[in-house]
Write a protein that binds this ligand. Structure first.
Ligand code: JFZ
Length: 579
């Protein structure tokens, strides 16, 4: 257990990925435009770890596959032996690019060198590369670059700039190089920078370099890498994981979608199953429905969705990914206008789905179809020209109800994956900032949207279930007595009874506390239930039922009662109509 937490602690050190806002100069804006418009990209984690596929020395390693060398503490001399048999001769760059195109993905990012130090390209700076060290002898990045150029798809290279488990001066290898006195600069000058230069000069025009896990890199070193990219390819973008707030756009944590509006261009990254690199035991694919909805959720927050696939050691993409990617592409093909070159939603969280926007147009992405066939658009003020189903073009009638707009839908949901409704308008659009508390659908009050009073604070926790399959929880914490509380303000659509559920962590061993929810002049008291002690241990506690006497604006307050050192780590508040 101790070993594991030490391991996780070192992981967090390596992911020192602080994001500083940078103002976009016009140079940056022009450079970044293709990226802003792309909205959907393919991430590919491919390396020697695909040859091991999650197995080493008779043991199976669940969790993320590209970390196998570190997880199994494999000696460099043993890991190298994977290269002797690595022969992915079914690799066909054009087929991969075709899958990306079919999926509607507008850029591709592939691992050129991951933390294991193995170059998936011909390198003069290190013999440990796919051309010189394997029977395959081909340079797949060259073939992929050619196929991407032919197809007009921007290509990016992932390069692990700080961690390199083969190099004593670099970061990460604690099992063979714990006592190494070698300076980082040796690796940085002799391998990292020369290889980045090779990538920038031997593969034609690149869309971006995706640096990762900056670890202990100094700001000067991050700036040096940026300068190198600017020197050889002034148009090439750099990911924020180059470190120290440097970079052209923001990458969030793996599997993380931000809860607030982000002003810079940004990307959310997820892998299609639970591992980035190929693991033959991992069949936990996200469905087409999940992929399509994640795409629109991310687009509705103004970001790009970079979705990863891990090709196997024969050079092919897993069938589980190909099928879902192509099906997602079919949905995108029918709903292109609502995806590419769109901007974020002007509404607070919507109970039935999300929204993307363009000049004079809103796209409502409906995931939950209302039983009464009336879609409520909360707080919208605009000179509406037309409302229609995007795919068929069929016009829909609508009516104003107070500040809301009610759109009359067909009885049956035309596309169960995500049906898009298109609204065009003239002039300026204004929207209310209050969240709508829907009577038809379950509602979530996000911790990030609460007003915090006293010592109440908001914190993002990251945790992995297996290894490297990062999950995130943004929680309210730090509160200990009645002066510390959280308040949500929302607009109730219909009078009636509603049930409230809290999702929180309150680890065994802490004395139990009482808390109270105050809303609409009513109080719901509760005693904290106990959860496990791991970061991911949460409990969904159904607290009780309250009633809203009339539609309108309400506050909901949650606070601890009495005195104590600590209170719940609150992840989520759900409110659902109660019949
Ligand atoms: C990194 C890599 O270590 C991993 O192997 C994979 O390539 C992934 C895409 O990126 O893992 C990270 C990096 C940053 C965070 C989490 C995992 N983070 O900031 O939360």
């Amino acid at each position: 257990m101790k070993r594991i937490s030490f391991f996780l602690a070192t992981l967090f050190l390596l992911f020192n990925n602080s994001l500083q806002a940078q103002s976009d100069t016009s140079d940056n804006q022009q450079r970044i435009q293709w990226f802003r418009d792309a909205k959907f990209g393919m991430f590919i984690h491919w390396g020697l770890y695909a040859e091991a596929a999650g197995h080493w020395d008779g043991k199976n390693y669940y969790g993320t596959g590209e970390w196998l060398m570190k997880r199994a503490k494999i000696k460099i001399a043993d890991y190298e032996k994977l290269a002797a048999t690595f022969n992915p001769n079914r690799f066909n760059a054009e087929e991969w690019v075709q899958v990306a195109k079919d999926a509607g993905m507008k850029y591709i990012v592939i691992t050129a060198k991951h933390h294991d130090g193995f170059a998936m390209f011909k390198s003069r700076a290190s013999k440990f590369n796919i051309v010189d060290a394997t029977p395959f002898k081909r340079d797949p990045l060259k073939e992929l670059a050619d196929a991407c150029h032919k197809a007009g798809i921007p290509l990016g290279f992932y390069y692990s700039q700080f961690q390199d488990w083969r190099e004593p001066g670099a970061g990460g290898n604690t099992w063979e190089f714990a006592d190494s006195k070698e300076p980082f600069s040796k690796y940085f000058e002799n391998k990292c920078k020369p290889q980045v230069k090779e990538l920038l000069t031997n593969y034609g025009t690149l869309g971006l370099i995706w640096f990762d896990t900056p670890g202990e890199m100094t700001r000067e070193q991050s700036m040096e890498l940026l300068a190198l990219v600017r020197k050889y390819q002034p148009q090439c973008l750099v990911s924020s994981r180059v470190g120290n707030g440097v970079g052209d756009y923001l990458d969030f944590g793996d599997g993380e979608i931000p809860t607030r509006k982000v002003d810079k261009a940004w990307e959310a990254l997820f892998t299609h199953n639970d591992s980035w690199g190929y693991v033959d035991m991992d069949h936990n694919w996200k469905s087409t429905e999940e992929v399509v909805r994640m795409l629109s959720e991310i687009n509705g927050k103004g970001g790009n969705f970079l979705l990863n696939v891990g090709p196997s050691n024969d050079g092919t993409l897993p069938q589980g990914s190909i099928g879902v990617f192509r099906n997602a592409g079919k949905w995108i093909g029918k709903n292109k206008d609502a995806v590419y070159a769109t901007s974020y939603s002007p509404f607070p969280d919507l109970p039935w789905g999300t929204c993307t926007s363009g000049p004079g147009v809103l796209y409502f992405h409906v995931w939950l179809w209302p039983q009464d066939s009336m879609l409520r658009i909360p707080g919208i003020h605009a000179n509406i020209k037309n409302v229609s189903l995007l795919e068929s073009g069929e016009s829909l009638s609508c009516e104003k109800q107070g500040h809301d707009l009610l759109i009359h839908l067909p009885v049956r949901m035309p596309d169960p994956l995500n049906t898009v409704i298109c609204l065009t308008y003239d002039g300026t659009l204004m929207t209310d900032s209050l969240q709508l508390l829907s009577a038809a659908f379950p509602n979530r009050l996000l911790t990030a949207h609460a007003e915090r009073t006293g010592k109440t604070s908001l914190k993002l926790y990251n945790f992995a279930e297996e290894f490297g399959d990062w999950k995130h929880a943004e929680v309210l914490e730090g509160w200990s007595n009645e002066a510390d509380f959280a308040t949500w303000t929302f607009h109730v659509e219909k009078a009636g009874d509603y049930r409230i559920m809290l999702d929180y962590s309150y680890p065994l061993g802490i004395p139990r506390r009482e808390g109270v929810i105050e809303v609409a002049g009513q109080r719901l008291q509760f005693e904290t239930l106990l959860t496990g002690t791991r970061a991911q241990d949460f409990y969904k506690h159904v607290i009780g039922v309250i009633s809203f006497p009339s539609p309108g604006k309400y506050n909901l307050v949650i606070k601890p009662m009495g005195q104590g050192d600590t209170f719940i780590k609150l992840r989520d508040v759900s409110i659902k109509r109660f019949y």
